[in-house]
Design a binder for this molecule. Structure first.
Ligand code: NAD
Ligand code: DAU
Length: 339
């Protein structure tokens, strides 16, 4: 089976490619199309870079000529669209690239899949499209869309566009909506890697508002297995939620990190809240488990321990991704946010 994976140099895309090619005997081929934005990093794929089943193409999913030529040449069995501008805070600071990649990029891929009759298309999406969910409810796949940020609105739009290709053109499209991921190779702009990295460097840990916002944590390798399960056993035209079944307030997560890294809670620093901040995410993955047999394998405490261990052993990776552009981003997001 040949996979065209977009955004394969990012956090989740690279975990998915490492899963696909992790078995040296698997008769899979992978083409990775990635623009290498600030979040794309070929070091994430160092373990498979020399694999003869793997090809990297440096390019933009919004580039229709490139995408068309690539799909015509490679004739993938499945397109897995993982590429995105993925960070809510950046989408608030600068929404334009979010809509370009997340909407136009998805449209470009769908059109190429339609033109070349690609047998399967998977759109990787997020539980953020459901917006904040009041307790005790959890979202199933029919829950109303109520996006709060430019990021989540762009993902919701892309989901609807992808599903419209199933309805209108009978294209075999599925959509997955995962909860918050964590794990190795996570860019240190998101909560868990940022807190690990700042704690290791004795820097302040910025807590948005009261820190009681709830997220449902999913280990990235469990997410990668779920994507594969949907490709292999999911139905076209369907949406599949992928939750981690471990809902925690942010403060609890940060306290666990500080305890594991051996640093004092005085490093936590309350800062001005994120505009439009969703209070709680809660997801039912019952449909995915029932239809594909998938379950999350990694318990949060085990996954967090493994993640912290990975950051301890990969300080050069973190130093590299935190140089240059990251410093500017950090200043524009956190500067002047003290309360
Ligand atoms: P990431 O920011 O780590 O990686 C994104 C990748 O896409 C990078 O390699 C980047 O270079 C590439 N990319 C960006 N724009 C591109 C373009 N125009 N053309 C080609 N490549 C481009 O993101 P992630 O956290 O790995 O998220 C991947 C996907 O999973 C996204 O669609 C996101 O919405 C979704 N998702 C993420 C999470 C999470 O917790 N991180 C949870 C649920 C869903
Ligand atoms: O739910 C899935 C989504 O999870 C994905 O679609 C997104 O791509 C991914 O970025 C993530 O979005 P969140 O906004 O939930 O993740 P983030 O790590 O940015 O924030 C998690 C929580 O931590 C949120 O309540 C905001 C809070 N936070 C975050 C940062 C970066 C802080 O309190 N301080 C921080 O410095």
């Amino acid at each position: 089976m040949k996979f065209l994976v977009t955004g394969g140099a990012g956090f989740i895309g690279s975990a998915f490619i490492r899963l696909l090619l992790g078995d040296p005997d698997a008769s899979r081929r992978v083409v990775n199309l990635d623009k290498l934005t600030y979040a794309g990093n070929l070091e994430n794929l160092a373990t498979i870079a020399g694999d003869s089943r793997y090809r990297f193409v440096h390019g933009d999913i919004c580039d229709a000529a490139l995408v068309n030529a690539l799909v015509a040449e490679e004739k993938p069995d499945v397109i897995v669209n993982v590429a995105a501008e993925s960070h809510v805070d950046r989408s608030i600071l600068s929404p334009a690239p979010v809509f370009e990649t997340n909407l136009r990029g998805t449209f470009t891929l769908l059109e190429a899949a339609r033109t070349h009759q690609t047998p399967r298309y998977l759109q990787v999406s997020t539980d953020e499209v459901y917006g904040s969910i009041d307790p005790p409810h959890e979202a199933d796949e029919n829950y109303p869309l109520r996006a709060s940020s430019p990021y989540s609105a762009s993902k919701a739009g892309a989901d609807l566009l992808a599903l419209s290709y199933f309805v209108t053109y009978k294209m075999p499209v599925s959509v997955t909506r995962a909860s918050n991921n964590y794990g190795p190779y996570h860019f240190p702009e998101k909560l868990i890697p940022l807190m690990i990295s700042n704690a290791m460097e004795d820097k302040p840990l910025p807590i948005y508002g009261d820190g009681q916002q709830i997220r449902d944590w999913l280990y990235v390798d469990d997410h990668a297995r779920a994507i594969l399960a949907v490709i292999e056993r999911g139905r076209a035209g369907e949406i599949y939620n992928i939750g981690g079944s471990r809902a925690l307030p942010n403060l609890d997560v940060v306290r666990k990190i500080l305890a594991a890294v051996g640093k004092p809670e005085s490093l936590m620093q309350t800062v001005k809240d994120r505009p439009g901040h969703d209070r709680r995410y809660a997801l039912s993955s019952e449909k995915l488990m029932r239809e594909t047999g998938w379950t999350a394998r990694v318990a949060f405490e085990d996954g967090l321990r493994a993640t912290i261990e990975w950051y301890r052993s990969n300080t050069a990776w973190t130093a590299h991704v935190k140089s240059g552009e990251y410093q500017k981003y950090y200043q524009s997001n956190y500067g002047g946010r003290a309360v």
